[in-house]
Design a protein around this ligand. Sequence first.
Ligand SMILES: Nc1ncnc2c1ncn2[C@@H]1O[C@H](COP(=O)(O)OP(=O)(O)O)[C@@H](O)[C@H]1O
Ligand SMILES: O=C(CO)[C@@H](O)[C@H](O)COP(=O)(O)O
Length: 502
Amino acid sequence: MGKYVLGVDLGTSAVKVSALDHSGQIVAQESFDYDLIQQQPGYNEQNPEDWVSGTTVAIVRLILNDHLAAEDIEGLSYSGQMHGLVLLDANKKVLRPAILWNDTRSTPQREEIEAKLGDEFVDITRNQPLEGFTLTKLLWVKENEPDIWAQAKYFVLPKDYVRYRMTGNLAMDYSDATGTVLLDVAKGQWSEKICDAFDIPLSMCPPLIKSVDFAGTVTAAYAEFSGLTPATKVFGGAADNAAGAVGAGILQPNMVLSSIGTSGVVLKYEDNADVNYHGVLQFEDHAIPDKFYSMGVTLAAGYSLSWFKKTFAPIEDFTEFVASAAKSTVGANGLLYTPYIVGERAPYADADIRGSFTGIDGTHQRYDFVRAVLEGISFSFRDLFDIYEENGADFDTVVSIGGGAKSPLWLQIQADIFNRKVVSLTNEQGPGMGAAMIAATGLGWFDSLQDCAKTFVHFGKAYEPNPENVKKYAKMHAIYKQVYQQTKGISAQLLAYRKAEL
Ligand SMILES: Nc1ncnc2c1ncn2[C@@H]1O[C@H](COP(=O)(O)OP(=O)(O)O)[C@@H](O)[C@H]1O
Ligand SMILES: O=C(CO)[C@@H](O)[C@H](O)COP(=O)(O)O
């Protein structure tokens, strides 16, 4: 029997656990969905216990339903949704539901940090103190839930909590730690300056490890619970975007990732920390030791599509629903969608902006709306490509993963809007694949993640830009770019209305 590694992809909508063999083939895969808790607009929470149960159910199914022998599972690692705050007490018990990356309640805390540290904050962390990141969430709890804060002794991120429950060891890997905006990126240490400025005990920050570091073996209790053996080795893992980049082979500067999960990401490998996007794009430690990546995040990418489908076509098959956009035209017969339905992160760091359909005409059909959503998400990515171009970045290939890679039509739309060659992977499990590659490298199956990629990562069909469509989309994008400024004031008024009515 061969030996396997497990890649645990702890996403926002589900956990997917993939088992891979030495040749990088996915031999089995199981997933488990969980819900978002949305008590009011802008609030997004999840119960950490749901992540642990979901991961465990998926592993149990791999062993019982897919007949993987537990003793053949040599190691596992993680890809985790980023930034989510999990607060633990002195006994490492969860104190409140996790506040997730897409929760935007912490605007006052963002303003407080900006007022106190200004540009120095960006110099230390290489990021802005946005609502989505962990620090503003910590300060929100400190200011709004003093009883909880008084009991809080540690904080971790989603996949770190699952790793803790499997191994009994508390840690955070560098690629996720940059996303807390509490890390001094140049020094590779928790920032005393930031902790002191906001009265956060340094002891709350967990020990830092590298993505490929050994983090312990599975505890006897977790082995019993899951069916794994206590010899299973667990490795640090990475932020989902770092893991996605590894799984998509984004391991050199001429390649860019276009990832459409719940959120959407345009991500570029950075060889060193010299480039400075002044916080307009995020700058993070990579899963590859001492390497970095930059990225811009569209908060509601796949979420825009899922929201539209759930609301207007709840019982239709997802693939057919997306494919219906082929009945529309390039530019969706003049219909434009902006995907700001939960606020936006980049290029506009604005928690209050909301989405729009512009140009609705009496002749428009539902398929025009579907097409407009696919195009709007891609236009938002184009905005991010423009920032890279303004900074002189040179790249020729875009690797598409996630929802955007599931549809040939959407892959072509991306190629035409980005005006670049877009390739998919033969296996489009970017983050889960990256997590498994981290385990395989940690176990010593390969010397490095780059070495592992040679065996594990295979590119599929390439989509070349169609010059006619490129021209049409350039016109539509020029119109799209105006919508943010034109709707900013209207969004603010509607938000005030919603708040008054609540
Ligand atoms: N058949 C499909 N074609 C295109 N997009 C899809 C399809 N199925 C799902 N999606 C999109 O992909 C997104 C899910 O991506 P995924 O990477 O699984 O999310 P996450 O990791 O955030 O949980 C959904 O939000 C949905 O909009
Ligand atoms: O906030 C970010 C990145 O900064 C998100 O990318 C989250 O990491 C969630 O990812 P998905 O669940 O959408 O994959």
